[in-house]
Design a protein around this ligand. Structure first.
Ligand SMILES: [Zn+2]
Length: 256
């Protein structure tokens, strides 16, 4: 938690750099050989517990990434060839460490975008993107859509700026219920807090998430990518057991 005075005096980028220094200095306490974070490439004796329901072995002590970040980075390296292929990449609501890794890759033309985050390169509304049609080969959009008033419009915009044959990688928190919960009467932050458990959420996705994305013109595959790795590797890299990556693609030559 940043003290209010520090928040007032320091711009967000400086605060983030300070936080990083603090994590880095504390991470020495956890150095070891039991676990490995593929994002910061640090080896530690343990990952730390994290989350409202305290998942054990979740948080990297150095770069503060959790299971889904590490899993996505592995997918990008192993399945997308992110370190080698020349790709135009759009990263929505960029996770700082992932952004740092992607920005350094000279084979990419990389843009990050967010409505307000000072860490993003472009400030945009995902429901009305300022990019030309068919601009990007790859779009990353992790844990964003539940926080967008009209997620279907956002998906149409992502589809518009994606090249034919391009890929949209999505991650989202799914609830056990079969269908997505939307409450049109919940219009204030307080009402949304009551309805969805968080004031900045507009819905809680159910198991129909992939279907919802497919309805906006994508071919969608839900990939349990942790399972592509042997159990001891899953534990060593703290990949979790239930994280899904939704791989949404467009046909190479789209008719519409
Ligand atoms: Zn790390």
């Amino acid at each position: 938690m940043t003290p209010p005075l520090l928040k007032k005096l320091l711009p967000a980028k400086a605060r983030f750099s300070l936080r990083k220094l603090y994590w880095l200095s504390r991470s020495w306490l956890y150095l070891g050989r039991n676990v490995f974070c593929p994002l910061c490439e640090g080896s530690f004796r343990t990952f730390l517990p994290f989350g409202s329901e305290r998942r054990p072995q979740a948080l990297c002590p150095r770069c503060h990434t959790v299971e889904r970040h590490r899993l996505l980075w592995l997918y990008l390296q192993e399945q997308v060839g992110i370190t080698e292929r020349p790709l135009e990449v759009l990263h929505m609501a960029p996770e700082p460490i992932l952004q740092q890794r992607l920005k350094r890759l000279l084979n990419l033309r990389y843009r990050s975008a967010d409505l307000t985050s000072p860490l993003a390169m472009d400030h945009v509304d995902i429901q009305a993107l300022p990019y030309a049609p068919a601009t990007f080969d790859l779009i990353l959009c992790s844990h964003v859509l539940a926080h967008v008033p009209d997620d279907r419009q956002a998906l149409r915009e992502l589809r518009r700026v994606l090249k034919p044959g391009g890929t949209l990688l999505l991650q989202a928190r799914l609830h056990p219920r079969a269908t997505t919960l939307e409450v049109p009467q919940a219009v204030t932050p307080q009402q949304r807090l009551q309805a969805f458990g968080q004031a900045d959420r507009y819905r809680n996705y159910g198991q129909d998430f992939a279907h919802r994305v497919a309805e906006e013109g994508f071919a969608v595959q839900a990939v349990e990518y942790a399972l592509a790795h042997p159990p001891q590797e899953r534990t060593r890299m703290g990949l979790g057991n239930q994280e899904l990556i939704f791989v949404a693609t467009l046909p190479a030559h789209e008719g519409s």
